[in-house]
Each structure stands twice: as structure tokens, then as C-alpha cells.
Design a protein around this ligand. Structure first.
Ligand SMILES: Cc1ncc(COP(=O)(O)O)c(C=O)c1O
Length: 377
């Protein structure tokens, strides 16, 4: 195993960068600028990352938000189309729907895996629905086979937002293989990082060509001849060199993420009515970040938990807010709690625990003691 990063202070999230990673990035800085070398790491990383996920194509982008935007644009999602999205996710899953002037329709989540469910999705389908963006929240997996069937029956696209699910599988199929396209994030806080970064994975030849064209100012490669005004969502070779280096270590990175989650689980196992990321029989959970939902018996809200743990020197973050509760989506505020009661309830009782690679067993043990204390144990 490579040497783990350490920090005496508790860090919420952050990467594991090794000397080997630095050597690869240094090589890019020395040699990765001219001729066929200028995009060599981008091409190598796109090919290997796509292959690992059994996808035909990968298109790296400046971040995952732009990957989602590129896919929606490539699919021709536009004004007044409806796209079903989870009520509880990071806003990045939904913002690109709004960029395309389409309408997000929020589906409720499951109380156990915290992702959308076949029933909540079905309720949202109308004649205007064009796509479902299913999010693998915190590494957890929704019932992908049932969601795919619903999308096929309704003639809509399934898009998998696997930003948080690198290394997860559902029925032995890797997260990132579901739907017409999937996306990953390589943000500073994610399982593999490039500081900022993302990738779109695809299988369809035509869709790939269209998204590739949209990614670079609507021009034929190598020309200054633009046939449409499109985006500039190109990755850099520098970013890709770190992606390539980190991805070589994917097994140890996912294993360490699982170690953090398993260690929290074992230190918290004597406390009843607490719920961490689940791992049902048909799922292998890459657990980008361990989240904790307090059972109703404690009557504790996420704000109270954050406040009390903070006072013990144990920082935590809130579970994602229901998006319709945020000022960013005022037009949805009135109906949100009625349409998505589970999301409002779970989010109200949930916190994100730290997931930095610097976390030690001792630090995790302190969290378990703190949680026991704030719950009156
Ligand atoms: C579920 C989900 N989707 C999309 C994104 C967007 O990723 P990025 O920050 O790389 O744009 C994130 C990142 O935090 C995420 O958690």
C-alpha cells in the first residue's frame, strides 16, 4: 500500500496523492505540451477509465457539472422538456437541466438507500418527460434494472450521475455503466481527484461524436472552422495526468474509502437506531462519503447534531438539503414537502461524516464517542 496522508486536525474531505502520482504529473509538466503528447494523458485516461466501466467512450471535461450539461445538450434536451431528478442530491445534478431551459421534476427518495425509486419516478412521468437523472448518492445504488425498464417503457433516457459512486457495483455491474450515459466527478473531495474534473461515459457512436463536437466550440478537430456556437468544455493534459496517476491506484483508493465506512460502522455498532450507507446483497458500495441518518427515536435534527458535535470539536456537514427547500428553486417550495416527504424527513435527520483520506482510526473513534455523547449515551 502507498503511504497514507496524515493530519492531526480532522479534515472533512480530501485526496490521497502519492510520490508516484507526483512523478507522473511532473512528467506531464516536462513532456506533455507538444504534438502528439499534448493530449496523450487525456486520451489514455479516457480510454482506460471508459474500458474499466465497460463503456465504449470517455470524454473528460473541466468538472462533472459540465459533463452532465454536455450530455443533456448532446441528447437535445431543450426548452420545456421535463427531466426527472432526485429531490435530494447536490445541486450539480440538476443545474444543467436549468442551463438547457428544461424543467426539473423532483422525485422522492428511498428511506434506506436515499436514491430515487421506481415508484417515485413513475409518478413524475408526463408527456413532456425526456430523461431521468438517477444519482448514486454517497456511493449507494438505486434499483437500476427497474429504473432502466421504466425509462425504456416510457421512451425516455436514463442518465446515471455516478459522481459519488466510483467503485460501486449493482448486480456486479459497475456504477457508470447504466443508461445512455453516465458521469463522474474528480473534484478535490472525490475518490480520485484532479482538483476539478469530470468525465462523461457513453456507448453510442453518434452521441459520442455529437458530444465531442459540442465540447470544443463546434468545430471539426484540428480546424478553425466552426459550424455551430457550442461550449468550451475541454480538459487539460495536466488535469488528465493526475487522473491517470490516481486511476492506476483505483483499488487501494476504493478500499480505503470502504475502510473509513467500515471503521465508522464498527465503532457505532452498539448504538441502536443509526443508519449509515447501506450495502444490500446486490450492491458493492464504493462509499465516497459515509452519511449518518439518526433514527426517529432520538428526535434530533441535523442542525442540532451539527451544532452539538461542532462544540465537541467534531465537524460534520449537513445531509443534502431537499432541493425544493432551497432559495435556488423558489417556484417548487410550496409543493416540495408534499411531493417528496421522505426526502424532507431523511434530510432533516442526516449528516455527512468526514471522508478525507487523512482520517485515522483514532479520529473515527472520537466521532463515535461524540455521537454517543450527543445522543445521551
Ligand atoms: C451527485 C453529484 N453530481 C454532480 C456533481 C458535480 O461534480 P463537479 O463538482 O465535479 O462539477 C457532484 C459533486 O459534488 C455530485 O456530488
Amino acid at each position: 500500500m502507498s503511504t497514507l496522508p496524515k493530519s492531526d486536525d480532522i479534515q472533512m474531505a480530501g485526496p490521497w496523492v502519492t510520490e508516484e502520482d507526483i512523478a507522473i504529473v511532473t512528467n506531464m509538466l516536462r513532456n506533455g505540451w507538444y504534438g502528439k503528447d499534448a493530449y496523450a494523458y487525456v486520451e489514455k485516461f479516457e480510454r482506460e477509465f471508459a474500458g474499466w466501466h465497460n463503456r465504449k467512450y470517455g470524454l473528460m471535461t473541466p468538472n462533472c457539472t459540465t459533463s452532465i450539461h454536455l450530455l443533456l445538450a448532446g441528447l437535445g434536451i431543450k426548452d420545456d422538456d421535463e427531466v426527472i431528478v432526485p429531490e435530494c442530491t447536490w445541486i450539480a445534478s440538476v443545474a444543467p437541466v436549468v442551463y438547457q431551459r428544461a424543467k426539473p421534476v423532483f422525485a422522492d427518495i428511498d428511506p434506506v438507500h436515499w436514491c430515487v425509486t421506481p415508484d417515485t419516478v413513475k409518478k413524475c412521468i408526463t408527456k413532456k418527460t425526456k430523461a431521468l437523472i438517477a444519482v448514486d448518492l454517497f456511493g449507494n445504488m438505486p434499483e437500476m434494472d427497474a429504473l432502466q425498464k421504466i425509462c425504456d417503457d416510457a421512451g425516455i433516457y436514463l442518465i446515471e450521475d455516478a459522481a459519488e459512486a466510483l467503485g460501486s457495483t449493482y448486480q456486479n455491474i459497475r456504477a457508470g455503466k447504466f443508461g445512455v450515459g453516465s458521469v463522474f466527478s474528480f473534484h478535490r473531495t472525490k475518490t480520485i481527484t484532479t482538483g476539478e474534473g469530470g468525465i462523461l461515459l457513453l456507448d453510442d457512436d453518434k452521441l459520442f461524436e455529437r458530444c465531442k463536437f459540442l465540447r470544443d466550440h463546434g468545430r471539426s478537430p484540428g480546424t478553425y472552422y466552426n459550424t455551430e456556437v457550442t461550449f468550451k468544455y475541454m480538459p487539460s493534459n495536466l488535469q488528465a495526468s493526475l487522473a491517470y496517476a490516481q486511476f492506476k491506484r483505483i483499488d487501494e483508493l476504493v478500499e480505503r474509502k470502504r475502510w473509513i465506512w467500515k471503521t465508522f460502522r464498527s465503532y457505532l455498532k452498539d448504538i441502536p437506531d443509526l443508519y449509515l450507507n447501506p450495502e444490500p446483497r446486490n450492491v458493492y458500495n464504493g462509499v465516497w462519503c459515509p452519511a449518518l441518518v439518526f433514527g426517529k427515536s432520538y428526535g434530533i435534527t441535523k442542525e442540532q447534531a451539527m451544532d452539538r458535535l461542532g462544540k465537541l470539536g467534531l465537524p460534520v456537514r449537513p445531509f443534502f438539503y431537499p432541493l425544493t427547500s432551497l432559495p435556488a428553486f423558489p417556484q417548487y417550495a410550496a409543493d416540495g414537502p408534499k411531493n417528496c416527504p421522505v426526502a424532507y424527513d431523511v434530510s432533516n435527520r442526516g449528516i455527512n461524516l468526514p471522508c478525507a483520506y487523512t482520517l485515522s482510526e483514532n479520529q473515527i473513534a472520537h466521532y463515535a464517542d461524540g455521537i454517543r455523547k450527543i445522543l445521551g449515551g
